[in-house]
Design a protein around this ligand. Structure first.
Ligand SMILES: [Zn+2]
Length: 416
C-alpha cells in the first residue's frame, strides 16, 4: 500500500489543478440543481433533474439511458394497498470492457415535497449555502460528475470502466431501484456513493440496517352509544400492538423500534373498524431481522386471539446492516492514503443511518458511501453545505479513481 502514500504525480496534480478551476462552475450548477424541487414523488421535478444531468454528462462521452421503475406499493391511511408511481432512473455507462469496473451512485430525490416551504437556495455566509438537497445529495452529484471528467481527461482512464446510476427514490428507501443493485454489484469491482460526509469531514463506516412496516388492525364498526358491545375497536387493538413492539426496545443489542405514524377512526361516536400504524426498525446485525420477524409474529398472534380483531403486517427490511469486510477495509485504506496526499484527514465513523451503500454491500460490492460534500442538518430546512468541499471532495474522488486505475482489478477480485 506504500505506493499510495506518495505525493501527487504530475498527472494527479493536473487533475487536481483542473478541479480547483471548476469550483465556480460547480457552485453555480449546484445552485441551479437544488432550486429544482425533486421530492421523491415529484415526477416532473425528478425528470427535470435527470434531463439537466444528462446534459452535463455529455462531456463524459458515455452511453446515457433512462430506466423505468416499478411503482411503489404503499398502505394508505385507510389501510388500502395503493400503487405510487416513481420517477425514472438515469444511467451512464463508459468502457464496459475495461479491466476494472467501478459503480458510482447518487440519488436525485430529496425529502422536500413540492408543497414543502423549503424550496430555494440562499447564501448563509461566505463559505456556506443553505438549500434543499445542497448536501443530500446534489452537492455530491457535482463532486461525482467533475471527478469523472478529471478521470476522463487522463490517459489512465483507458484501464477503468464505470457505470453511474442516478436513482429517484433513495429517500423513501429505494423501493423501485433497489432491485437494480444485485446485478450492478455483480458487474463491478467496487462502489462509490455520493451521500454527504459528516459535518466534520469524516465518512460513514458501518451502518445499521432498516425496515419500514405498516400494521393494519381490523375490528368491527358499531354505534358507540346503542351497540358498543357489538363493536370491535381497531384503535384499541393497535394500541396493544404499539405497546408490545415498543417493549422490544432494549431487548436486543443495537435493535430499535419506532412507531412513527398512526391513523384510525372517523368519529367519536363510532367504534373504529380500521387503524393503520407505520413503524421503523433499525438493526445492527443481519441476524437481527429474523429475531424481529419472530417477535412481530408472536405479538400479532397474541392480539389476533381477541374475538373479531385481526392485525396484518406489510413491509420488509429494505436495508441490511453494512458490516466491515476485508475488501471494504482495503478500499477505505486506499481512500485514506489519497486524503493524506491531499493533506486532508478523514476517518470512518459508524452510524445508525442507512443508504444505498447498505444494499450494495448486501449484494457483495465493497463500497464507500459518503464521498459527497461536507454539510449538515440534512432532512431539515437548516440543511447547509460548505462550498469549498465541492472541489476538495472532487479531488479526493478523482485521485481515488486515478489510483484505482493504476492499481488494476487484481486486489478487488481477491477481496470480493
Ligand atoms: Zn441522501
Amino acid at each position: 500500500m506504500s505506493i499510495y502514500a506518495t505525493p501527487l504525480s504530475t498527472m494527479e496534480q493536473q487533475a487536481c489543478d483542473w478541479l480547483e478551476q471548476q469550483q465556480t462552475e460547480m457552485e453555480a450548477r449546484l445552485w441551479q440543481l437544488a432550486n429544482i424541487n425533486s421530492g421523491s414523488y415529484n415526477l416532473d421535478g425528478l425528470a427535470q433533474v435527470a434531463e439537466t444531468l444528462a446534459g452535463w454528462a455529455k462531456p463524459l462521452n458515455c452511453e446515457i439511458s433512462y430506466i423505468d421503475l416499478q411503482p411503489q406499493t404503499m398502505v394508505n391511511t385507510k389501510g388500502q394497498i395503493a400503487a405510487q408511481p416513481l420517477g425514472q432512473a438515469l444511467k451512464l455507462r463508459q468502457r464496459p470492457q475495461a479491466p476494472l469496473q467501478v459503480f458510482l451512485c447518487a440519488h436525485m430525490d430529496t425529502v422536500f415535497a413540492l408543497d414543502h416551504p423549503f424550496q430555494q437556495v440562499r447564501q448563509l455566509d461566505a463559505e456556506h449555502i443553505n438549500g434543499p438537497g445542497v448536501a443530500d445529495l446534489k452537492g455530491g452529484i457535482m463532486v461525482m460528475l467533475y471527478a469523472l471528467q478529471a478521470l476522463e481527461a487522463s490517459p489512465l482512464a483507458e484501464s477503468i470502466g464505470w457505470t453511474v446510476l442516478f436513482n429517484p427514490d433513495e429517500e423513501i428507501g429505494s423501493p423501485g431501484s433497489a432491485h437494480l443493485f444485485p446485478q450492478l454489484a455483480q458487474d463491478h469491482h467496487l462502489g462509490l456513493i455520493y451521500e454527504p460526509c459528516f459535518a466534520d469531514g469524516n465518512l460513514a463506516g458501518e451502518r445499521k440496517g432498516s425496515g419500514n412496516f405498516s400494521a393494519i388492525s381490523h375490528g368491527k364498526a358499531a354505534h358507540a352509544g346503542r351497540q358498543h358491545h357489538l363493536g370491535r375497536n381497531a384503535i384499541r387493538a393497535m394500541a396493544d400492538f404499539v405497546r408490545a413492539i415498543d417493549q422490544l426496545n432494549g431487548q436486543r443489542d443495537g435493535v430499535t423500534i419506532n412507531a412513527g405514524i398512526i391513523q384510525g377512526g372517523d368519529a367519536t361516536n363510532v367504534v373504529p373498524d380500521t387503524c393503520v400504524m407505520k413503524f421503523n426498525i433499525r438493526t445492527q446485525q443481519p441476524s437481527d431481522e429474523l429475531w424481529c420477524q419472530q417477535q412481530l409474529q408472536s405479538i400479532m398472534a397474541d392480539i389476533n386471539q381477541a374475538d373479531g380483531i385481526s392485525i396484518e403486517l406489510h413491509g420488509h427490511f429494505g436495508r441490511t446492516p453494512k458490516v466491515m469486510t476485508p475488501a471494504w477495509q482495503q478500499l477505505c485504506e486506499l481512500l485514506q492514503t489519497c486524503s493524506q496526499s491531499l493533506q486532508m484527514s478523514i476517518d470512518f465513523v459508524a452510524t445508525g443511518g442507512c443508504c444505498d451503500g447498505n444494499n450494495l454491500a448486501a449484494a457483495g460490492l465493497p463500497n464507500i458511501d459518503t464521498l459527497g460534500v461536507q454539510g449538515g442538518n440534512i432532512h431539515s430546512d437548516q440543511e447547509y453545505m460548505r462550498l469549498a468541499s465541492l472541489s476538495e471532495r472532487a479531488k479526493l474522488s478523482a485521485l481515488l479513481l486515478l489510483r484505482l486505475a493504476t492499481a488494476g482489478p487484481e486486489i478487488w477480485l481477491e477481496g470480493k
